[in-house]
Design a protein around this ligand. Sequence first.
Ligand code: ZN
Length: 275
Amino acid sequence: MSDRDRLGIHTMTVKPWSLQECCSAFAAAHVPAITLWRQAVEPVGLDAARKMVDDAGLRVTSLCRGGFFPAKDAAGRQKAIDENKQIVDEAVALGAPAIVLVCGAVPGQSLKESRKQIQDGIAAVLPYAKAAGIKLSIEPLHPIYAADRSAVNTMAQARRMCEQLNGSGENHVGIALDVYHVWSDDALEQEIIACSQKDWLHAFHICDWKVEQSDTLQDRGLMGEGVIDIKEIRGWMDAANYRGDIEVEVFSTHHWARDQHEYLAEILEAYDNCM
Ligand code: ZN
């Protein structure tokens, strides 16, 4: 399989485009895979979205995103579990084999408590996801998001949750590795090896870490605009026998303000350059 055969692009990367515009442009550019964000699906509905993706000949890598399990009270946590089950149904309808989990955190609540609530939340959704044949992919987030977006901040934390949640030999719960979040983790290579031995590497997201960021969420770099040695991490993923899609996921108000067709051409070039 060549590198281009493994290219996936998140709908959020080209956020100004409708799902139909994404599908048409990706198909024309021979991008084989797409990761669907619920925000892109919502305006057209599940059935129409599925048809658009299928008609464009795109493979759905994942549905983004589930998670946000912690809450101050039991009712809030139950609401999150119910919503995640609904997202499982959406993944089935869309032909997505996995759901990316941004696990959540509650400002002011201890990280320890949030981590417990995350594990309990995933455990509550897991039988439903398993029955539906949908995998749950924990995405460890950079510690700058620990207060409000995710209390899971390292590969090791995510791996320990996989250990707790999966039965022997199972990989229903795994990890979505995003270079933005884990590039500075000094155990990254070892964690990739440890996770791959259990078949827990579900997804590989790429973008770049700009040294000057005007916003901690929406000023990510296109590959090559920052400091992450993506080739090195890709090498570790290859050595660990990861053979799944390589997904370009860039949140950038700067790039969203541009002509998205020109931007897509740059994405393809940047992808080739970092492979
Ligand atoms: Zn990601």
